[in-house]
Design a protein around this ligand. Sequence first.
Ligand SMILES: [Zn+2]
Length: 193
Amino acid sequence: MTSTANGHIDLHAAELAILEGPVPIIDANEEQRLRRSDPRLREALVNLECEGNGCTLANPCSPCIDRRRYISLLLHREKHGKPGHPSDDTKFPAPVVCSELLATGPEDWLWHGLLAVGGITLLTALWKLGKSTLLAYLLRAMERGDVLCGRVVQPARALIITEESAGRWARRRDDLGLGDHLHRSAIPRQAIR
Ligand SMILES: [Zn+2]
């Protein structure tokens, strides 16, 4: 593991050391904890199960080597973050004095005046007032570009991440004629908890 002048760990070098250095020894409890934490990870680790015959701690088989390196990498990332995705992403950036702020071009609208490209938009209303219905019509308008509520909608693709079931979106698809410019994905259960 290398450190830079300001004391930060060089994440790329540290990860390379895990992937190319001596085969790490993995704490069984840590491995169990990781296996429990994420179904996709569990799946990945199943493909790296021990081949048995002659595999020892000192002389591991090749899936064991890969598994130990992979787990070691995950533990490292838990602690230090991913290279290029520093774990201090959650900190506020340094403030910039007003005169040094850089102006950008005019707003680029996905739905003119309402939904800006690159923005975060919250659509809020009391229940049963038609938020989902409005959204479904907006998503349909994105297929070829259209006018919705008198405002231009640009052609776009969309990913719907929702707690509503796939079946419910299938019915909406059939009712409104939603196209394959849309994909639906579920919110992982762990994220809802
Ligand atoms: Zn093995």
